[in-house]
Design a protein around this ligand. Structure first.
Ligand SMILES: *Cc1c(COP(=O)(O)O)cnc(C)c1O
Length: 367
């Protein structure tokens, strides 16, 4: 069996997969309404919010787009804090819909500095919203969202957060941190196949929604909210993935939110210690290294793509390469959702052998 260790899609427990094999139901009937209410309540406990949580049939990027078009109007000034590929994507979405975007570009591998955000907001009082990435999956950095959000609150700007690879795996208490829009997606920490994304919206977020004039139709969160009130979604939902999410949330409740966070902390630490024990170096600033994905510098003399391919074909371990400018420079070990220390041990053991095997073969030598 392959050991799928990428930062999404993540492996799913068998019970979750089995839940997807059930017969269809009427998505405008009572069975689906009950399922939708139950799953929404389950999500709110993990978001730690009393805000609305809306479930969209889309990927994580769809939820990012939904947050942008429901919060903003063309011409709005927006600060996007970019710490990697997903921060850049957030900026591109906002620009696509006509926001006037200022980028606070943080070198990849480092975390955003709350003081720099403070300075950027102080310098431009016209900024209406700050777009933030919690865990930057492309670099293996988890930003200090609590501190960043506190700065945003001082300035009274909206916080729009990509929590796609963090929610459900590491602490992200939406209400305590005062976040206005927060998104995640089923295939990351939730141990569910791709297909659903979830967005929490605060009261301030809904006030912004009332004013926002960016074009929206499929992703109109107001429609999602009014349909949720009658136990439906505006459009046909990915019914099978809802059943999977229902089972996954039950498993997560059984383990307990704090126990899940603690497991990710242990697994993250084990991954980083193990990688360093093999003589490799971490790409991310270790003070902000993520407990959901570990980015590793490809060592000198090894071709990163050859290493990743060798791990897959010879050892059944599937890792992720680097994105954008990091292609070939790093590889990433995903450890979110269904993951325990033995999974990391197995990954590291395979990595150790693969490094030796690739280094020994001419094909792995970089010229
Ligand atoms: C995976 C991911 C996304 C994109 O999600 P898709 O489901 O691939 O659209 C966005 N942001 C972060 C931080 C992610 O990890």
């Amino acid at each position: 069996m392959t050991n799928l260790r990428i930062p999404g899609p993540t492996p799913c427990p068998p019970e979750v997969l089995e839940a997807m094999a059930g017969q269809m139901v009427n998505h405008r009937g009572p069975e689906f309404a009950e399922l939708l209410y139950r799953v929404t309540e389950g999500l709110r406990r993990f978001f730690q919010t009393t805000n609305d949580v809306l479930i969209l049939t889309t990927s994580g990027t769809g939820a990012m787009e939904a947050m942008v078009v429901n919060a903003l109007s063309p011409g709005d000034r927006v600060l996007v804090v970019t710490t990697g590929a997903f921060g850049v994507r957030f900026a591109q979405i906002a620009e696509t819909y006509g926001a006037r975007v200022s980028r606070l570009e943080v070198p990849w591998g480092q975390a955003a500095d709350p003081e720099a955000v403070q300075a950027a907001l102080a310098a431009d009082p016209a900024i209406k919203a700050v777009l933030l990435t919690h865990s930057e999956t492309s670099t293996g950095v988890t930003n200090d969202l609590e501190a960043l959000a506190a700065v945003c609150r001082q300035f009274g700007v909206l916080t729009v957060v990509d929590g796609i690879s963090s929610l459900g795996a590491i602490p992200l208490p939406v209400d305590e941190w005062g976040l206005d829009f927060v998104a995640t997606a089923s295939q990351k920490g939730w141990m569910v196949p791709p297909g659903l994304a979830m967005v929490a919206v605060s009261d301030r977020g809904w006030q912004a929604y009332q004013q926002a004039t960016m074009p929206r139709f499929y992703f109109d969160l107001g429609k999602a909210k009014s349909f949720l009130e009658k136990g439906q979604t505006p459009w046909t939902p990915a019914v099978s993935v809802f059943y999977a999410l229902d089972v996954a949330l039950q498993l997560m409740e059984q383990e307990g939110r704090e126990a899940i966070y603690e497991r990710h902390r242990r697994v993250g630490e084990a991954a980083r210690a193990g990688v360093k024990g093999l003589g490799l170096t971490l790409f991310a600033d270790e003070g902000h290294a993520s407990n959901t994905v570990t980015a590793v510098n490809v060592p000198q003399g090894i071709d990163g793509s050859v290493l990743v391919k060798h791990l897959r074909t010879q050892h059944g371990v599937v890792l992720a390469g680097g994105q954008g400018p990091l292609a070939g420079k790093i590889f990433r070990i995903g450890h979110l959702g269904l993951v325990t220390e033995p999974d990391i041990d197995a990954t590291l053991a395979a990595l150790e052998r693969a490094l030796a095997e690739v280094a020994a073969s001419a094909g792995g030598v970089r010229t």
